[in-house]
Design a protein around this ligand. Structure first.
Ligand code: UD1
Length: 431
């Protein structure tokens, strides 16, 4: 009998380059908020209800994490109900943390509730050195003892105590973990040089609805007065500014016209400004924008920075856009080391991009031609799907599952805008 090998799962987007995208698209709730809101629910026994939760793979993984910790979670449309037991678990398994680095966010809430937490060493997107030292030193300043294992980290504390914590870098995850630990700690915690992302204000909004006492979330100075106990609450997740920015680039790069709704344009201020510099027309309204462009895109210089700077999560999409703009553009990545993973793939499609350290120099415009490329991570994968829309002929983007982590049904949404994008999932069993 022939020997059977494990099934290989091949998933890809197949895109035929074509005309401009036109129409309307509504983005879902912010992935980077919803993930943390699920962790926040752990702080209060009972039912927390979240609306506008995106139906994406990262949320499925985070749901599995909180289920592993003893919660029951069910979805009804875009509403997720999290039923948290009196006694939650204190360990997260390696296979889930490996799939979702952001699951490290359970450190704060579990330490607060259990006084002990053990998490496997995180995986997730391969974006250079993504240390968690700031998360851990914040918790240590609140009294936690940190024990490093070969493949896990453990934290223990009798009772978390408020502290004055100054972050050397405005880390999103560290700010959130400290916030989650501080809300029920003894005394007052201040976070200096806190990250200012809108998702942090959204997290604080849920925590406040649960009974927490937080001031300054969304600014660089957050003050948290510890309260005894939190209660479950209802909350609507804010719109996903990164998903919105991705569709905005799709409109501009295809020289189309797309109305993007379901988010606050104030959260995309600098991105919209850069779209205008590149030559797109951007009309803002409450809850959305319409982005349109014609031929004659121009070069621009972009520097990624923590919010309100230009978001690193839209850097690969803009790198693509700049390949279609006349002139030389310089894109500087300041947030993540390894985030030029898209460059080799774009070059394979015909782009002219040279990387020097954390700068990418893009010379445009260049005609892109369809080829087989690989999605190296979530945002670069989405940008490659958009590249397929402007490349001549057929582009195949393999490892499509990366894109599923953060985009609900991107192929169907782009098809609804007139793009020729198909998704193929093949389970091949070698015999
Ligand atoms: C979050 C977002 C991610 C986004 C990023 C920056 C989620 C789930 N992910 O990631 O999409 O790209 O913000 O906007 O919300 N760092 C350290 N030590 C730490 C923590 C971070 O050195 O303890 C470094 C990282 O290596 C990285 C930089 O700080 O170079 C930014 O990290 P951070 O702001 O923490 O991003 P994440 O929370 O991981």
């Amino acid at each position: 009998m022939a020997e059977r090998y494990p099934a290989a799962h091949m998933n890809a987007f197949v895109i035929r380059g074509g005309g401009p995208l036109r129409g309307e698209v509504r983005v879902g709730g912010a992935k980077n908020s919803a993930l943390k809101l699920l962790a926040a629910a752990l702080l209060a026994p009972g039912r927390t209800v979240l609306r506008n939760v995106p139906d994406i793979a990262d949320i499925t993984t985070m749901t599995a994490v909180v289920e592993h910790l003893g919660c029951r979670v069910w979805r009804d449309g875009d509403r997720l109900t999290v039923e948290v037991p009196e006694e939650v678990g204190d360990e997260t398994p390696a296979h889930l943390v490996g799939r979702l680095r952001a699951s490290i966010i359970v450190l704060g809430p579990l330490l607060a509730r259990r006084g002990r937490v053990r998490v496997a060493t995180p995986g997730g997107c391969n974006l250079g050195n993504r240390a968690i030292d700031l998360h851990l030193s914040g918790l240590a300043q609140m009294g936690a003892e940190i024990i490093y294992g070969a493949d896990h980290v453990e934290a223990r504390v009798e009772r978390l105590a408020g502290a004055d914590i100054d972050l050397p870098f405005a880390s999103v995850g560290a700010t959130e973990n400290i916030l989650l630990a501080a809300v029920t700690a003894e005394g007052t915690t201040t976070v200096g040089n806190a990250a200012r992302e809108p998702e942090i204000a959204d997290l604080a909004a849920l925590l406040s609805a649960m009974g927490a006492d937080i001031h300054g979330a969304g600014t660089s100075e957050i003050t948290v007065r510890g309260v005894g106990r939190l209660s479950p609450a209802h909350h609507t997740v804010l719109g996903d500014r990164i998903e919105a920015g991705t569709y905005a680039v799709a409109a501009a790069v295809t020289r189309g016209s797309v109305a993007v709704d379901g988010f606050d344009p104030a959260h995309l201020r600098l991105v919209l400004a850069k779209l205008r510099v590149v030559g797109a027309r951007v009309d803002e309204r409450p809850g959305g924008v319409t982005v349109s462009a014609e031929d004659g895109l121009r070069s621009a210089d972009i520097v990624t920075l923590p919010y309100p700077g230009f978001p690193t999560d839209l850097q690969p999409q803009f790198l693509l856009l700049l390949t279609q703009a006349a002139g030389t553009s310089m894109l500087t990545e300041n947030v993540f080391d390894g985030r030029f993973s898209i460059v080799d793939e774009l070059v394979r499609l015909g782009a002219d991009i040279a990387v020097e350290g954390h700068h990418a120099v893009v010379r445009g415009p260049r005609t892109l031609r369809g080829a087989s490329v690989r999605a190296p991570d979530l945002r670069a994968g989405a940008a490659l799907v958009l590249a397929g829309l402007v490349a001549e002929g057929e582009t195949v983007v393999t490892d499509a599952a990366h894109v599923d982590r953060g985009y609900a049904d991107i192929a169907a949404r782009l098809r609804a805008l007139g793009g020729d994008v198909r998704r193929i999932d093949v389970v091949a069993t070698a015999v």
